[in-house]
Write a protein that binds this ligand. Structure first.
Ligand code: MLT
Ligand code: MN
Ligand code: ZN
Length: 293
């Protein structure tokens, strides 16, 4: 299985257009790599690809990736479909930009499939299929297992009474190679049973939004308070219940962080927080990185 890490940032990207926090300024100065919003492309055969999430940066992500170039037919594309982990705008706005594509299949938790604006609007351009999300299914020779993560609803769907899950993680296995990938970019708390879901995975991409519980308030001089960060619901890396502590206890899997918020000090490669991440055995992938699993 080929995995192309198209983007690794949380909503807004790094740098974020309206943010002058220390990390965004350091990236503008060239001290750390810029990052687009999190999204993956996966393929069993290197010719047919599916996206995991459709970021607002999808057009640039697709046009800068040779494996996803169209051809040889005038309107042939290797892109076959999209798996959504949730309905957040940062994971679904890219669907609007895929409106030129006919015949895509889009998998999403039921609540998301029934509320995400792109289904109604982009669906008027080309008929896409929205298969029901079974807990296990297959496509293109890959085996998918779905893990319900939480009932966190996007702001635009805050009034919805549809039952969850609103957020899921995917485990994708290639039976031909034995390789497996977990994608979990939106994790508010370490979910019960998540260790077992990840057990034996070759590689897991995990929510790396925040290093510390109060980081948005600190990085913005209090301009963005800790209430806003808490409401976003992302498990911080630090602390005895943080994700780094979990990673230290699960050395069998290659752990990579994604959905990195621009306030996260680990983005600075010479920070002590970055050193702690590396010491825990975790990695920060850069945009464009490829994995063969
Ligand atoms: C999140 O990851 O928590 C969301 O993208 C935040 C939001 O846009 O409301
Ligand atoms: Mn997000
Ligand atoms: Zn910033």
């Amino acid at each position: 299985m080929r995995v192309i890490v198209l983007g690794t940032a949380a909503g807004g990207g790094v740098p974020q257009w309206n943010c002058a926090c220390p990390t965004c300024e350091a990236v503008r100065a060239g001290a750390a790599p810029a990052r687009s919003q999190d999204c993956l492309a996966i393929s069993a055969d290197g010719r047919n690809f599916h996206l995991l999430n459709a970021s607002p940066d999808i057009r640039t992500q697709l046009t800068s990736c040779a494996a996803l170039a169209p051809g040889p037919g005038a309107r042939q594309t290797p892109l076959r479909g999209v798996l959504l982990t949730d309905g957040e705008l940062d994971h679904t706005l890219g669907l609007f930009q895929l409106k030129e594509a006919a015949g895509l299949r889009v998998w999403a938790p039921d609540a998301v499939a029934n509320t995400v604006p792109a289904r109604e609007i982009a669906g008027r351009y080309h008929g896409w299929q929205w298969p029901e999300l079974e807990s296990e299914f297959e496509f293109d020779g890959l085996r998918v297992t779905v893990f319900p993560v939480s009932d966190k609803q996007p702001k635009y769907a805050a009034e919805s009474t549809l039952p969850g899950p609103w957020v899921v993680a995917y485990r994708i296995e290639d039976p031909a190679t034995g390789g497996s990938l977990v994608y979990a970019p939106c994790v508010a708390q370490w979910p019960a049973g998540f260790e077992d879901f990840c057990a034996g995975a070759s590689c897991a991409l995990l929510d790396g939004s925040f290093y510390a519980p109060d980081e948005m308030a600190d990085a913005t001089g209090g301009g963005v308070g800790s209430g806003a960060q808490l409401a976003m619901g992302h498990l911080p890396m630090a602390g005895e219940h943080g994700s780094l502590a979990r990673i230290r206890r699960s050395p069998g899997t290659r752990w990579l962080y994604t959905h990195l918020n621009n306030t996260n000090p680990v983005l600075d490669p010479v920070s002590p927080e970055h050193a702690e991440l590396v010491a825990a055995g975790a990695e920060l992938p850069v945009d464009g990185m490829e994995l063969v699993l």
